[in-house]
Design a binder for this molecule. Sequence first.
Ligand code: ACO
Length: 323
Amino acid sequence: MIRSVVRGFGAALPKRVVTNSELEKTVDTTDEWIVQRTGITQRYIAAPEETSASLGADAARAALENAGLTPADIDVIIVATSTPDNTFPATAVNIQYRLGMTHGFAFDMQAVCTGFVYAVTTADSFIRSGQARRVLVIGTETFSRILDWTDRTTCVLFGDGAGAIVLEAEEGAGTVADRGVLAASLRSDGSHKEKLYVDGGPSTTGTVGHLRMEGREVFKHAVGMITDVIIDAFDKTGLTPDDLDWLVPHQANRRIIEGSAKKLAIPLEKVVITVDLHGNTSAASIPLALAVAASDGRIKKGDLVMLEAMGGGFTWGSVLLRW
Ligand code: ACO
């Protein structure tokens, strides 16, 4: 049975770090408020020349190097982003060009903060159906460009960055002991649109628009939705939260992460948290967190890892994989 195994990982962050104290100078907020409500202490903000495509390409190069591969080895590039360089062509095709690739195909996926979970699930389907052998899956965002910097309820929460993994087909026995993607659970419900959306777009206002959010409303739904899809993915495999080595959540807010882990009795020592350093980087947050925890030796080959996310739409989902 073919499984999609993580062969390499990589990340890229803008050069500029913006701390909470620096934000205090331009926004009516305090370091104490931000840390207490979210756990965020700093975020990275892209310079004009740093774009979703440039950061994504840097993360992709890092993942290829980590995998010991070159762009020639890749069949498909899937990019999860809500902040593309252009409305079209897709940021994935832009990255394909930056990597010097003229073979294969590349496309974007838009599921906001859940984008990377959707993209991994899609890549896994291409691999298991035999349509691709190796897929580069990238999450890349420059949310700083769609923030209303006069709205303190949103602008302190987000950051820019990119992360990538290479998924590769590997023949296995088809048991839960095999490495690779074991199960996924994807959901969406458009009736929640007003709680988290961007107030612009090519087909409505003809502008890029700004992110708008009813933070409390998002918070109210987050833990329940996240834990539902985690349980659903476990149920598909017969595994349970007790079997888990690492929970790698979308990094929106420390309180949502802790609330979800608590509900499932997953100890915090098994949870990878990077929101303190990166802020919420939407579709980039999971691959960034994976890169941090795999680089520092926490996530090891054979570990059982649960990815989960929830975001605008609403969209939400999980992927259970053996690293
Ligand atoms: N600095 C100082 N004060 C602030 C700030 C700020 N940056 N932002 C809001 N406040 C004030 C508000 O004006 C309000 O003041 P008031 O009581 O005088 O009216 C007070 O703080 C409380 O505001 P709330 O919005 O009720 O604060 P809450 O405790 O709900 O925290 C937060 C806000 C952090 C946004 C929280 O609701 C949250 O985490 N929601 C989840 C949203 C999220 O993470 N979204 C990310 C995208 S979706 C995803 O990735 C899952």
